[in-house]
Design a binder for this molecule. Structure first.
Ligand code: SF4
Ligand code: MG
Length: 320
């Protein structure tokens, strides 16, 4: 099959503890029954407001968190319950690029060592050969070879993110999960880093799960896009279909808020009322019904499943 990664009914709940004995008194349903597939070589964008569960989804796939329920299949193999050496081996094929290049790199470590570290965790390498390999990686991400001998704190934010990208590439991964990789960077360098990620994807045949709250960034990067709301995936479609013909009322509201420079194409902005409910106490029925301008009586009673309404276009809403 051409699926590299398949997520089936993934749930990741955090326990809430309370009272004198710190007993578990409830759950935060950070990810609540999410399913999707990523094909080899494509970029799937995951978009939604902060707290919608997109980062938790990424972290659960990497098994930085254990899922409460559901399955993660990688190249057809169920990796959900791997542990110890087998998990370590599977993890070689996934890497993460983090949001904050300031926090994710050790400022006291030489750049050459930062990038070599993941390799040395897995194999013994000839010192000279490894050094040359790392210097080549630095060139691939647009940094000079001499960066090898410097420290992370000597670089700008955009350059640090390039170091983070080189480290993610070091093990020649199959899947890269990029969690808001440019949102901490100056706007002026964001598109340079995004274009670098695209070039590297082509050169190394990478597959991306690209997580962001910014719809224009996701549009620039993704082949297909999933929209998350309150731990649920509410719509999945190709890039073109999602932006030209959004079906879910939440997606329609998000897209109506993107600034449109051409006044002729400007559509009316849909302003949502109220706040996102707490994932510790999500509404019954459709998770969006408390804010949906199209809500009907049934919406508070039954949770609509994500279903394919046109080829490749999935939506979770009773209107379809
Ligand atoms: Fe709105 Fe109902 Fe559709 Fe939910 S199911 S998005 S509340 S119309
Ligand atoms: Mg996040």
């Amino acid at each position: 099959s051409d699926a590299l990664l398949e997520i089936q009914n993934l749930k990741t709940y955090y326990p809430i503890r309370g009272g004198f004995f710190r007993r578990v008194v409830g759950n935060v349903k950070a990810v609540d029954d999410v399913s999707f597939t990523i094909k080899r070589g494509e970029t799937l964008g995951l978009v939604g407001e902060s707290g919608c569960g997109k980062s938790t989804t990424g972290r659960t796939i990497l098994r930085l968190m254990k899922p409460t329920d559901g399955k993660v299949l990688f190249e057809g193999e169920d990796i959900t319950n791997l542990s110890g050496a087998r998990l370590q081996k599977a993890r070689r094929d996934f890497q993460m690029i983090f949001q904050d290049p300031y926090a994710s790199l050790n400022p006291m470590q030489m750049v050459g060592d930062i990038i070599s570290e993941p390799i040395l965790n897995y194999e013994k390498r000839d010192k000279k050969e490894l050094k040359q390999y790392v210097k080549n990686l630095l060139k691939k991400v647009g940094l000079p070879e001499e960066a090898y001998y410097k420290y992370a704190h000597e670089f700008s934010g955009g350059q640090r993110q390039r170091i983070g990208i080189a480290r993610a590439l070091a093990l020649n991964p199959k899947l890269i999960i990029a969690d808001e990789p440019v949102s901490a960077l100056d706007v002026s360098v964001q598109s340079q880093v995004l274009n670098l990620l695209k070039d590297l994807q082509e050169e190394f045949g990478l597959t991306y799960l690209f997580i962001a709250h910014d719809l224009s960034v996701v549009k620039h990067m993704s082949d297909r896009i999933g929209v998350m709301y309150l731990g649920n995936l509410v719509e999945v479609a190709s890039n073109k279909d999602l932006y030209q013909e959004p079906l879910h009322p939440y997606t329609q509201a998000l897209i109506s808020a993107i600034p449109e420079p051409n006044p002729k194409l400007k559509k009316e902005r849909i302003v949502l009322q109220g706040d996102v409910p707490s994932p510790a106490n999500p509404p019954t029925g459709c998770p969006f019904h408390t804010r949906c301008p199209m809500a009907q009586e049934i919406c508070s009673q039954e949770k609509p499943p994500l279903k394919e309404v046109k080829p490749g276009h999935h939506v979770a809403c009773v209107l379809y």
